[in-house]
Structures are given as structure tokens and as C-alpha cells.
Design a protein around this ligand. Structure first.
Ligand SMILES: Cc1cc2nc3c(=O)[nH]c(=O)nc-3n(C[C@H](O)[C@H](O)[C@H](O)COP(=O)(O)OP(=O)(O)OC[C@H]3O[C@@H](n4cnc5c(N)ncnc54)[C@H](O)[C@@H]3O)c2cc1C
Length: 125
């Protein structure tokens, strides 16, 4: 690895603790299609490193208004035929007590996705 500054470098795009990875990117179809490749690439990296810095905890979308970003992402999952778990506001708040069910319409959990610990990945390499 060649790096002009410290590792991790706080000025790098990947310079803080986490990045999320998810399938859905709304209308950005071509971008979203590359995510499948990204999942495979990360798997290769974890195999090489002998350790994974990916927490496959899923990604929760929360729609507050009709047609908002979360809804567009969900519609993209529908178009591509990816499965997700849909929760009405009450169910979502029961499972995730930090959510206020009065402030959103519904939520959905896409099990494919989660958090990449970029800082830990850099320390390992
Ligand atoms: C705030 C923010 C949030 C983001 N959130 C997400 C997210 O949730 N999910 C997601 O997938 N993506 C996200 N991204 C995008 C993602 O973080 C970047 O696309 C990715 O980290 C880029 O990685 P990289 O290794 O190409 O570049 P960098 O992490 O920027 O690494 C490039 C490194 O090269 C070094 N360098 C540059 N020039 C030289 C030189 N001449 N000599 C030596 N070293 C040099 C730099 O110092 C830097 O450390 C986010 C970006 C930002 C800024």
C-alpha cells in the first residue's frame, strides 16, 4: 500500500470508522447493479485477509413521505426482484425502540447489506 499520510488517513474518503453497503440506489440502476460485484470483491478481500470487517446486519429503510428516497430505494428492490422484510410503523418501533412510529409511514429491512469497518480494514492491511 502506498499512502501519502498516516494510515488511516483522516483526509481519505475512507478515512473514518464505517461505510455502509446496500443494494438499493433508487434510480441509479447501473450503480446499484455493481453492488453485487462489490459484495463479491469484499468477500475475496476477507478471504485474503483471513478476517472479515463486514457486519452483515442488514439495512433498514424508513419512509416518511410518499415518494421519498427510502420509498424509491424500496421500489428499486421490487423492480430488481430482491426480497426484503416490510414492517409497518408499529412493528418497526417495537423491534427498534429508538424509532418513533408517529414520524414515519413504514420501514423495510433488506438483509443484504450492512456496515463495513473501513478503519479496521486499513489497520489489518
Ligand atoms: C462522507 C462520506 C461518506 C461515504 N459513505 C459511503 C458509504 O456509506 N458507502 C459507500 O460505499 N461509499 C461511501 N462513500 C464513498 C467511499 O468512502 C469512497 O468511494 C471510498 O472510500 C474510496 O476509497 P479509495 O480507496 O478509492 O480512496 P481513499 O479512501 O480516498 O484512498 C485514497 C488514498 O490515496 C492517498 N493518496 C492520494 N494521492 C496520493 C499520492 N500521490 N501518493 C500517495 N498517496 C496518495 C490518499 O491520501 C488516500 O488515503 C463515502 C464517502 C464520503 C466522503
Amino acid at each position: 500500500m502506498i499512502e501519502q499520510g498516516s494510515i488511516p488517513n483522516p483526509l481519505a474518503a475512507s478515512g473514518d470508522r464505517h461505510r455502509m453497503i446496500r443494494r438499493a440506489y433508487g434510480e441509479a440502476d447501473s450503480y446499484a447493479r455493481t453492488i453485487a460485484e462489490a459484495f463479491d470483491s469484499w468477500d475475496l478481500l476477507w478471504n485474503d485477509l483471513g478476517i472479515s470487517h463486514y457486519a452483515n446486519c442488514g439495512v433498514l429503510g424508513i419512509s416518511q413521505r410518499a415518494g421519498d428516497g427510502a420509498e424509491q430505494f424500496r421500489e428499486w428492490l421490487d423492480r430488481m426482484g430482491f426480497e426484503y422484510e416490510r414492517l409497518d410503523a408499529g412493528e418497526a418501533a417495537q423491534r427498534y425502540p429508538f424509532l418513533d412510529p408517529e414520524t414515519f409511514r413504514y420501514a423495510y429491512l433488506d438483509h443484504d447489506g450492512g456496515a463495513l469497518s473501513s478503519a479496521n480494514a486499513l489497520r489489518t492491511t
